[in-house]
Design a protein around this ligand. Sequence first.
Ligand code: UT7
Length: 317
Amino acid sequence: MPAIRPGARGAVISGWGTALPEKIVTNDELAATMDTSDEWIQARTGIKERRIGGTTIGLSVDSGRQALEMAGLEPSRIDALVLSTTTPDWQWGNAAAVQNELDLFCGAFDVNAACSGFVYALVTAHGLVAMGADRVLVIGTDTLSRITDWDDRATAPLFADGSGAVVIESVDGPGQLLGWDLDADGSALPILQADVGGTIKMEGQEVFRRAVRIMVDSAEKSMLHAGVHPEEVKLVVPHQANIRIIQAACDRLGIPIERAAVVIDTTGNTSSASIPLAMADALETGRVQNGDLLLLVGFGGGMTAASCVLRWGGGVE
Ligand code: UT7
């Protein structure tokens, strides 16, 4: 992937929001319906509970509205809406439906790169800013519970529902995006797939093995483009698929897991929402200050991978 051209118009995140369904499903509740246990799920995945319910459009409206409010923006000031989802409510027009409900007057389109989708959407939004957009709303939402086979213990404990959103706004000085990487290897599509109208089928161990490799590879490319070394990264915001994948990727990147944002214990794998949910949690618990370097990195079906390095607040310290 190319490096950012010097002088390209940049942006910073000026607001964010999250939405989770009210219904909590614990591991014990799952164990009551299938041959599994809280002990197994926690030990193998790090998940204790997950949120189930809602629609992709409804959750997106909730997180998107919060992000607009935090940014202090009237809806009419948004120039574009990018909605990342792999579980659309409709074949098309999901972003347009969110645009309508939020009273936006702008272009709106869906992006689907599975669990890498939020970073794909965020990088795309920065591209729109480089081409003249001033304010872009980026939402990552998935309702994976609707495409989960609830009789399959190999997948059912993993997937869940949620949404996260950010507003990015153009800035005069250097923006926040220092480096990015978008990657895909379609030869690995069969190991993690869902037919249209079907449920998720997964070769868990093979996905695990590749996930660590492609996350590390993508993260290293973004850091190289950004001119950033792992020890300078204040916070890694990884896709929340499995705590053991996060641990292995951090180990290989040489970044202590204490510097990773982790919410998988309470959210499960929410695909497009997992990175913005983890980032929002870190922001709200005071883990990020202006000038800090963040490394966002995801992987997912396709298989896809995506990462970017952000300097929080933009500019140079
Ligand atoms: O967004 C990307 C989506 N996907 C992923 O990131 C998934 C990546 N893969 C993984 O996270 C892991 O491979 C899993 C969590 C899916 C599975 O963990 P694992 O350590 O790879 O387990 P395994 O598939 O090797 O299975 C170990 C044992 C098997 O039993 P035997 O053959 O050793 O007797 C499974 O049948 O665990 C059994 N097992 C379970 N036992 C209790 C599989 N699922 C369960 C379960 N409860 N839910």
